[in-house]
Ligand binder design. Structure first.
Ligand code: HEM
Length: 472
C-alpha cells in the first residue's frame, strides 16, 4: 500500500494531469489586479452575465483577486453541478463579511456545508414541513383575504401595491415562526423589514464586498460597513425580543421538534439565524414575484382575462384551494412564466466547490465559486422560443418545459428551503387576487410598468401604480 506521502504525491500528480488535459475555461479578458471586478459591479448583473454567456458560452470563468468564479447559464449545467454532483458543489464561499452577517456562519443560507449544517437544515426543514402540513393553507388564505380587504379600501384609486405584498408575504412567515401577524402601519414590522432590507442591500454593495477581496481595506474607515454592523446588531436585538415574546416553541417549534429523539440540540444562535433565514428568504422573494405578476399582466390584459375566466369556470363561485392547481392550467402557466422571466433570486446564492470536480468536461478546482445564473438559464435561446417575451401559453403548449428547464428555486443540497411554502403562496395569492380583481393601468401605454427591473440579491420591478377594480 502507498504511504500517506506517496498517496498525496499521486493525488497531486493526478490533479496536475487532470488540469492539463481538460480544456481551459473561456471567459472575458481580465485586468491586472482587478481581474473582472468591473463586470461584477454592473447595474443589472444577471442580464450582464447573461450577455457574456452569449459570447463565451453557458459556462465561463471570471476572476476576482485570487478567486475564480464560474458562471453557469444553462439549466443543464446548473443541474449537473447542483443536483447530479451536489456533494462537490454544496459549499458556500467563506467571507469576512458573510461571517459577520450570518452570526459566524451559523445561518442556513450562508453556512458552509458540514455535518452540523446538514443537521441544522434538516431540523428546520422538518419543523417547517410539519408546520406547513398543519396550518400553512389556512395562514395563506387568511392573508389573501386580508390583502383583499386592503385593496378594496383603496376604492380604485391608483396605488403602488409593493408594500401590501411585502406585508402579506411577511405575515405568512411571522405567523409560522412567531404566531403573530402585523398590519401595514405596524411600527414593529416596519422596523424589522427596514433593518433586514438594509442588511441585504448593504451587504450586496461594492463597498462591503471589497472588504472580502481586498483585506487591506479593513484597516480604513468604511461608513457603509459601520452601518452594516449596527444594523446586524439591531436585527439581533429585534429577533431576540420577538423570540422571547412570541414563544416560538408553540409555533414552528424550532427549539424542541425531533431534537430530543435525535439527541441533537440546535444552538440558540442556530434557532436565531434560522428565523433570520426564513424572514429574509420568505418575504421579499414572494412579494417581488407578486409585483412582477401584476406588472406583466398590465402589459398583456388578455392573459388576465383568460385566468379570470378559468377561475370562474372551474371553481364556480368558491375560492381556490391549492389542490385545484392541476385543474387550472392557465393560472399555473402564468405562475411558471413569471418565475421564468423574472426569477426573483436571479443568481441564487453563490456555491463553493468542496473538492476538485468537473462541469461539462471542464476541470473545476476545490474552492472555485460557482454562480448559478438562473436568469440566464431562463433566457437561454437554445431552450426557450422568443425567450425575452412574456408568453404563459408556452407552458400550455409544451407541458414538459417547466420540468426540463425551469430552475427558479435552485436545486440539490441547497434547494430553496421554502420552495413548498413559496409554491403554495404564489398559487393562492395569485388565484385569490385574479378571481376578485382586475388590474388596470393608470393611463395610456406610456404609464405601463418598466419590465427590466432592478437587480440586487432579489430581482424587483421598479415602483409603479395600478388601478385595482373589484370583479362584479
Ligand atoms: C435559497 C428562490 C421563497 C427560504 C433560495 C435559493 C433560491 C431561492 C434560488 C438559492 C438556492 C441555491 O443556493 O442554489 C426562491 C424563490 C422564492 C423563494 C424564487 C419565491 C418565489 C422562499 C421562502 C422561504 C425561502 C418563502 C422561507 C420560508 C430560503 C432559504 C434558502 C433559500 C432559507 C437558503 C437554503 C440553503 O442555503 O440551503 N431560494 N425562494 N425562500 N430560500 Fe428561497
Amino acid at each position: 500500500l502507498p504511504t500517506a506521502v506517496q498517496s498525496r504525491r499521486l493525488f497531486s500528480l493526478y490533479r496536475v494531469l487532470t488540469e492539463c488535459f481538460s480544456p481551459s475555461l473561456p471567459g472575458p479578458p481580465s485586468l491586472p489586479l482587478l481581474g473582472n471586478m468591473l463586470d461584477l459591479t454592473r447595474g443589472h448583473l444577471p442580464s450582464h452575465l447573461t450577455s457574456l454567456a452569449r459570447c463565451y458560452g453557458s459556462i465561463y470563468r471570471l476572476r476576482c483577486g485570487k478567486t475564480t468564479m464560474v458562471v453557469l447559464s444553462s439549466a443543464q449545467m446548473i443541474r449537473e453541478a447542483l443536483v447530479k454532483k451536489w456533494p462537490d458543489f454544496a459549499g458556500r464561499p467563506h467571507s469576512y463579511t458573510g461571517d459577520l452577517v450570518s452570526g459566524g456562519g451559523f445561518s442556513i443560507s450562508l453556512g458552509d456545508y458540514s455535518e452540523e449544517w446538514k443537521m441544522h437544515r434538516r431540523l428546520v426543514h422538518s419543523a417547517l414541513q410539519r408546520c406547513c402540513a398543519q396550518s400553512l393553507h389556512a395562514v395563506i388564505e387568511r392573508q389573501a383575504l386580508t390583502l383583499r380587504q386592503v385593496i378594496l379600501d383603496y376604492k380604485e384609486s391608483p396605488v403602488d401595491l409593493s408594500k401590501d405584498f411585502t406585508v402579506a408575504a411577511s405575515n405568512v412567515i411571522t405567523s409560522l415562526v412567531f404566531g403573530k401577524e402585523y398590519n401595514k402601519s405596524s411600527a414593529e414590522l416596519q422596523r424589522l423589514h427596514d433593518c433586514l432590507n438594509e442588511i441585504v442591500s448593504l451587504w450586496g454593495s461594492p463597498w462591503i464586498s471589497a472588504l472580502d477581496t481586498l483585506p487591506l481595506l479593513r484597516r480604513f474607515p468604511n461608513p457603509p460597513f459601520s452601518r452594516l454592523l449596527k444594523e446586524v446588531e439591531r436585527r439581533d436585538e429585534l429577533i431576540r425580543s420577538h423570540l422571547q415574546d412570541c414563544k416560538v416553541s408553540q409555533q414552528i417549534d424550532l427549539q424542541n421538534q425531533d431534537i430530543h429523539s435525535q439527541e441533537v440540540q440546535l444552538k440558540d444562535t442556530q434557532v436565531h439565524m434560522a428565523v433570520v433565514d426564513l424572514l429574509i428568504g420568505g418575504t421579499e422573494t414572494t412579494a417581488a414575484w407578486l409585483y412582477w405578476m401584476v406588472a406583466f399582466l398590465l402589459h398583456r390584459p388578455e392573459v388576465q382575462f383568460n385566468v379570470y375566466n378559468e377561475l370562474c369556470t372551474v371553481l364556480d363561485s368558491r375560492y381556490p384551494r391549492y389542490s385545484d392547481r392541476h385543474r387550472l392550467p392557465c393560472t399555473s402557466a402564468l405562475i411558471s412564466e413569471v418565475l421564468r422571466l423574472r426569477p426573483v433570486a436571479p443568481l441564487a446564492v453563490p456555491h463553493r466547490a468542496t473538492r476538485d470536480s468537473s462541469i461539462a468536461g471542464y476541470f473545476i478546482p476545490k474552492d472555485t465559486i460557482i454562480i448559478p445564473n438562473l436568469y440566464g438559464a431562463h433566457h437561454d435561446p437554445d431552450v426557450w422560443d422568443d425567450p425575452n417575451t412574456f408568453k404563459p401559453e408556452r407552458f400550455l403548449e409544451d407541458k414538459g418545459a417547466s420540468t426540463r428547464a425551469l430552475v427558479p428555486f435552485g436545486g440539490g443540497a441547497r434547494l430553496c428551503l421554502g420552495e413548498s411554502i413559496a409554491k403554495m403562496e404564489l398559487f393562492l395569492f395569485a388565484a385569490y387576487l385574479l378571481r376578485d380583481f382586475q388590474f388596470l393601468p393608470t393611463g395610456n401605454k406610456t404609464s405601463l410598468p418598466d419590465l427590466k427591473g432592478v437587480a440586487s440579491v432579489v430581482l424587483k420591478a421598479k415602483p409603479f401604480h395600478v388601478i385595482v377594480r373589484p370583479r362584479p
